[in-house]
Design a protein around this ligand. Structure first.
Ligand SMILES: NC(=O)C1=CN([C@@H]2O[C@H](COP(=O)(O)OP(=O)(O)OC[C@H]3O[C@@H](n4cnc5c(N)ncnc54)[C@H](OP(=O)(O)O)[C@@H]3O)[C@@H](O)[C@H]2O)C=CC1
Ligand SMILES: CCCCC/C=C\CC(=O)/C=C/C=C/C=C/[C@@H](O)CCCC(=O)O
Length: 329
């Protein structure tokens, strides 16, 4: 049997380019070891961590996909099931049990299957556990989310509304502002067009910020932290403003605000042991909120395996609204 995968030809430098990728075709043995499954890709996730995770050129680009089981030597999965696994940008995969997250067709219909790598996948779990566990939001508090129209940020804002918070967001276009407002965000600003970030933050959150979910980092994050209320909580989720930077980032220091306001700042990665065993809880709650109409899902879908690099570069450049995903089959 033949498989195809996308690999990077060399380490990324700055914003990745289409010429940094190539497709490789090879034979794949169909015999499976105990616990393995053989799958055919349905959709592929393009996520920011792929830009910064130091995987070498030559191997399939890392990442999550939803795939159909073609054969199984794992009692949890049967031929025909749809699963979400960490098989990378590859069409036919042999997958070990440890890389397979869950059966997607138990919770999603065929039309919504791309949500397996979005709201019910890694980004959804990041929003759910990262925000609720680290920020501990209370009713009436003000929550700030940057990258607020993306996969994680758009979900964090909606969870914050469910918890009775005032939600302030920022993002990179007026179309994205309209989207965030349609989700229930109370105030949103465009960080690309505002003359002064401190003034925009003050205007949108005049009473200060209690919880900050940081997707972006850099000076924008420093400006937000400098307007936090006493005992505020900061979840450091990502720092996408630095991922393509060719020179070291610079920004105002935050220690004076951290000390004087007694802030709590904590970084996390969703595959930590403290979250992994709780993923079924996250999937169940997010599914429930979607059914109840409390969480709305938006995706930017690119068609075709060969267009995965284009979708990835587009996501890093801000082209996506909601989750960026590639539909293959
Ligand atoms: N800690 C963890 O376990 C996880 C962390 N993350 C992190 O969460 C963040 C969001 O990820 P995700 O929701 O998947 O991605 P998004 O869907 O939000 O897509 C990326 C977005 O980042 C924004 N962006 C790009 N460059 C910049 C910049 N220089 N300054 C500000 N914004 C920028 C763009 O939106 P715009 O138009 O607004 O600029 C773009 O659309 C990332 O930092 C990611 O690394 C994600 C998953 C897990
Ligand atoms: C593990 C990636 C660390 C890079 C941190 C960079 C930015 C933050 C971010 O975006 C984190 C993303 C985390 C993604 C986690 C993916 C794992 O669940 C992959 C697990 C691998 C496997 O299942 O074999």
């Amino acid at each position: 049997m033949k498989t195809k995968y996308l690999t990077k030809t060399k380490a990324f430098e700055g914003l990745p380019k289409l010429s940094d990728f190539k497709i490789v075709e090879e034979d794949i043995e169909e015999n499976l070891a105990d616990g393995e499954i053989l799958t055919e890709v349905v959709c592929i996730s393009v996520d920011p961590f792929i830009r910064v995770y130091p995987f070498p050129p030559g191997i399939p680009v890392i990442g999550f996909q939803v795939a159909k089981v073609l054969a199984s030597k794992n009692e949890k999965y049967q031929k025909g099931n749809l699963v979400m696994h960490f098989g990378g940008w590859k069409t036919i995969c042999k997958v070990a049990d440890s890389s397979c997250w869950y059966r997607v067709d138990n919770v999603l219909s065929k039309e919504d299957i791309t949500q397996g790598v979005g709201v019910l996948g890694m980004p959804g779990m990041t929003a759910y556990f990262g925000f609720l566990d680290l920020c501990q939001p209370k009713e009436g508090e003000t929550v700030m989310v940057n990258g607020c129209a993306g996969a994680v940020g758009s979900l964090v804002g909606q969870i914050a509304k469910i918890k009775g918070c005032k939600v302030v967001g920022c993002c990179g276009s007026d179309e994205k502002i309209a989207f965030a407002k349609s989700l229930g965000f109370d105030e949103v600003f465009n960080y690309k067009t505002e003359k002064s970030w401190p003034e925009a933050i003050k205007r949108c959150a005049p009473n200060g910020i209690d919880c900050f979910f940081d997707n972006v980092g850099g000076q924008l994050a420093s400006d937000i932290i400098n307007q936090m209320n006493t005992k505020g909580r900061i979840a450091c989720c990502g720092s996408i403003s630095s991922y393509n930077s060719k020179t070291p980032m610079q920004g105002d220091i935050v220690q004076p605000a951290m000390v004087s306001k007694q802030l709590k700042m904590e970084g996390f990665v969703i595959n930590e042991d403290r979250f992994k065993p709780r993923h079924p809880e996250g999937v169940k709650q997010m599914s429930q909120w979607i059914k109840e109409g409390k969480i709305k899902v938006r995706e930017t879908v690119t068609e075709g395996f060969e267009n995965t690099p284009k979708a990835f570069i587009g996501m890093l450049s801000g082209d996506n609204i909601g989750k960026a995903v590639v539909r293959v089959n």
